[in-house]
Design a protein around this ligand. Sequence first.
Ligand SMILES: Cc1ncc(COP(=O)(O)O)c(C=O)c1O
Length: 435
Amino acid sequence: MDSNRLAILGGDPIRKRPFSPWPQYHPSDIARITQVVESRHWGGYPYPTKLASQFCDAFAELHGTKYALPVVNGTVAITAALMAAGIKFGDEVIVPAYTWDGTATAALAMGAIPVFADVDPDTYCLDAASVRRAITPRTRAIVPVHLAMRFADMDALNAIAAEHGLNMIEDCAHAHGGAFHGKGAGAMGDIGCFSLQESKLMTAGEGGMLTTNKLEHYEALQTVINCGRASITDQFGQRLLGLNYRMTDLQIALLIGQIEMLPELRVRRAAHAALLTELLAGIPHVRALPPQPAITQPTHYTYVFQYRPEAGAAAPHRDLFVAALEKEGIPCDGRFYEPVYRSDLFCATPANCPQLSSDYSTTHCPVSERAAYEESVWIFQFTLIGTEDDVRDVARGVEKVVANLEVLSQQDPKLAGGKAMGRAQRARFERKQNY
Ligand SMILES: Cc1ncc(COP(=O)(O)O)c(C=O)c1O
């Protein structure tokens, strides 16, 4: 077979072997899970359980916070954080447009109004100038997301929050173990929210964590997560409405191994990400994200680079570029996220969300739209936890597709298949293909 011919056009792929499996598990997991099963104490009550408290201490220490609490998932973590911070029906919460839908739906679910601000073109994280423009007298909170492998500029955002008396709720779903200016993810605002869903850097299949340095928030979070029950220290005696958002001990049994493995995996990913950046520098039509010197502990939920065909070059759409790269055996995506207000999962209107006075049809965040529909390429993190040769294969895949841009530009754009579809449409498409 012709090795120069693109695999999407019938050639031989660059990579035929799978990359490292994900999620990884720890050799001690099975014994710990067996122990929990045999203990007949599987749930999350009393909250937090003894086993959960042990994990919470380790999680808080890793991120440099005083407190940490487990919760059922990352979406609920954000909802609970907003509730604990006192956000009420009709309050406005500024979120980045370029993120997973859950950052915004978490605010909608508790009656708040997500207001979308744009992202920075070099980090794809919340842009401080855009946040300033989004502030109104009803704004009560900012929810920056530390996206993929970069951090939101917390210095600038915290300054805005202080100036306007706003709560700062960090969405750290991608940033486990990372640090910015020496401060851990989830330690720079009022409350940090983490996802432990299966694709995340630390996982219990599903799950979430909350971090805070403030006793007042810790107390309120426990109450919100534990059906309104009085918290452990009960120093504030607030009466807060709560739901059951407790995580189970069966999940905690997995997380103890996960947190043990995280630091070493984080360092390996960071070293391999640096190598990939170096290799991409020699390839035209693609651009690595510029370095962010304030990151003192890099963490990579995904490796993101930009597809930027040079002016005048015959080049296919990013979606077809990504589809071709995937066929070379490199796990990747382009529309990993869409601007939430354009996502086919985000059907928020005044009819189903009474706190809204209009839908989001006039919202426009150009940097987010360019990132989502034209420019970003997301390489999945498990390609970075194996060997240097794995990383070289990723770069060779990119190089091969770039060398064939002109040929690819002459193909039917429909070859991009699911890579050109939104989430809901893609799910239907992929389900049909698997049947
Ligand atoms: C940025 C971001 N925020 C929030 C969430 C929600 O987390 P979960 O899926 O655990 O509810 C995710 C998960 O995909 C995410 O990536």
